[in-house]
Design a binder for this molecule. Structure first.
Ligand SMILES: Cc1cc2nc3c(=O)[nH]c(=O)nc-3n(C[C@H](O)[C@H](O)[C@H](O)COP(=O)(O)OP(=O)(O)OC[C@H]3O[C@@H](n4cnc5c(N)ncnc54)[C@H](O)[C@@H]3O)c2cc1C
Length: 481
């Protein structure tokens, strides 16, 4: 049985933020994730907005961690090399919507968030394509957009660089209190830990139930999205929301951190058993189309390159971020719905500090940075020339849409947390994220994975177990004619 000081369950943006912060302490730490990669749950499929913090009810954990987390993004994303842009956001209202905007502004003021109510004239300067019915907006200049999965992956990578262990495809199936800590069992192994942090997202109630901790009912809301080709990037500059309603912040139109346009999400209730299905529905997409037309009618829905859905997990109205009263070295993170992505870095610091205090951990003398990566599409001609001279693999383009080279794919496979599936490569370097959605590059990415991992092409997977892309030879079992 391997022994650890701290075990984190769940490799979403929250679990990896905790792990990264913990890796600054002298401790043996482990993260267990049931899927084939980190960023497989809500942290993969969301809006990617770094909310300014005017929406959360003052005095709540949501408000506290949102505001603190948002302030960390500029420095954190720069250090981790993660795409982030402070583009600002607008809550757009029609005639009659002014009192609701004033209410939101008052909430923002109470949370210490910079906002301003602006007129149609001022809106048009920011958003020339705004819908004709929009007369006022609440402008939050410090809202931003980030790549949620790249943030999750980079946090995991930096934790590994600083000595953390991550085990993928290890679902925690048993958790029990022992004399001096906890025993955890996964589908593959057994571990002991002095401290356990439950950051299992939609699975957090099940993990709680394993140890006999109170497992409150969760509610789930699926959000459907469209992603538009990057050629449409000019249609919107800020993140444009409608007025929020009882279902949430509403269907937005905004830029993504990587230069596409995002439309969505809806909020369709699903039962807990279906929380991880993430199925897009036609009705959901129709609602997105309708919502978007009111905000930015110029949006070109013929440029859709992808649809996807993500599932929110809520437990009551606020985040549950607390140490268990029954098991003092067991920390619970439940119902981390929006603004959970924004809050994650601040939650990570808070929870790591709580574990460090409980175990008397000291800080390491040095916290190692994540080495910078080469990206062809972000490099100057001179940088490209130099890199290709060092290694010709950086001159071989594999993904034409996003201009990703074989060298970058090899870097992803050899990362601190190695990519071993087609989806894991896609999330790290964007091979397959462009206009053709992998139509051209997927076979080549599969060949590279097969060669580098030394496995047959037939066992190269898209993502989780059972997702082999080409499990059979063409015409296998047929007689030659
Ligand atoms: C549609 C939608 C839009 C959103 N938009 C935004 C936004 O714009 N801005 C914002 O700030 N927030 C947003 N959010 C919220 C944000 O995405 C979440 O708060 C955040 O991703 C939660 O991260 P997490 O790490 O808690 O959960 P997850 O990312 O779900 O991670 C939990 C992980 O635990 C793993 N796991 C589960 N059970 C086990 C087990 N037994 N053993 C091992 N591993 C296990 C899962 O596989 C998963 O990888 C949105 C959410 C959704 C769904």
């Amino acid at each position: 049985m391997e022994k650890f000081d701290v075990v984190v369950i769940g490799g979403g943006v929250v679990g990896t933020a905790v792990l990264r912060s913990l890796s600054a302490y002298n401790a043996k730490i482990l993260l267990l994730e049931k899927s084939s990669d980190v960023a497989s749950g809500a942290s993969r499929a969301n809006s990617g907005i770094v909310h300014a913090g005017y929406d959360a009810e003052p005095g709540t954990k949501k408000a506290y961690f949102n505001v603190k987390g948002a302030a960390m993004f500029p420095a954190l994303t720069k250090a981790l090399g993660v795409p982030y842009r402070m583009v600002g956001s607008l809550v757009a209202a029609k005639e009659g919507g002014l009192p609701a905007l004033q209410e939101l502004k008052a909430r923002g003021d109470a949370n210490g968030v910079k906002t301003e109510i602006i007129s149609r004239e001022e809106i048009l300067r920011l958003e020339p394509n705004i819908g004709p019915e929009i007369t006022y907006a609440l402008y939050a200049p410090e809202a931003g957009v980030v790549s949620p999965y790249k943030l999750t992956i980079a946090q995991a990578d930096q934790a590994v660089v600083n000595g953390a262990t991550i085990r993928l495809e290890e679902k925690v199936v048993a958790l029990q209190k022992s004399k001096d800590g906890f025993i955890l069992r996964t589908e593959k192994g057994e571990y002991t830990a002095s401290y356990v942090i439950n950051a299992a997202g939609a699975g957090a109630s099940e993990v709680n139930a394993l140890i006999g901790e109170y497992a409150p009912m969760e509610t789930h809301g699926v959000g459907d999205y469209f992603i538009l080709d990057s050629k449409e990037a000019g249609v919107v500059n800020t993140v444009v929301f409608p007025l929020p309603d009882e279902k949430g912040k509403g269907i937005l139109v905004g830029p993504t951190a990587d230069g596409n346009v995002i439309l969505g999400p809806t909020s369709r209730k699903v039962p807990h058993e279906r929380a991880e299905e993430n199925e897009v529905t036609r009705e959901g997409l129709d609602l997105v189309r309708e919502g978007v037309k009111r905000l930015i009618p110029a949006v070109n829905l013929r440029s859709v390159i992808r649809v996807y859905a993500g599932t929110r997990t809520a437990v009551g109205s606020d985040f549950i971020i607390e140490q268990s009263a029954r098991f003092p070295h067991y920390f619970m993170l439940l119902g981390i719905c929006s603004p959970g992505l924004t809050s994650a870095p601040a939650i990570g610091e808070y929870v790591a500090a709580a574990a460090a205090e409980a175990l008397g951990l000291t800080k390491k003398k040095e916290f190692l940075p994540l080495p910078a990566r080469f990206h062809l599409n972000k490099s100057s001609d001179e940088e490209i020339k130099q890199k290709v001279a060092e290694d010709p693999a950086y001159g071989r383009i594999v993904c034409r849409c996003e201009k990703v080279t074989e060298g970058e794919i090899l870097d992803a496979i050899r990362s601190p947390l190695p990519a071993h599936t087609v989806d894991a490569i896609k999330r790290r370097v964007r091979a397959g994220m462009g206009r053709c959605q992998g139509g051209f590059c997927r076979p080549r990415v599969m060949e590279i994975l097969s060669r580098e991992l030394n496995v047959p092409l037939s066992s190269v997977r898209m993502g989780d177990k059972g997702s082999e892309i080409a499990p059979y030879e063409v015409k296998e079992g047929y007689e030659k004619v």
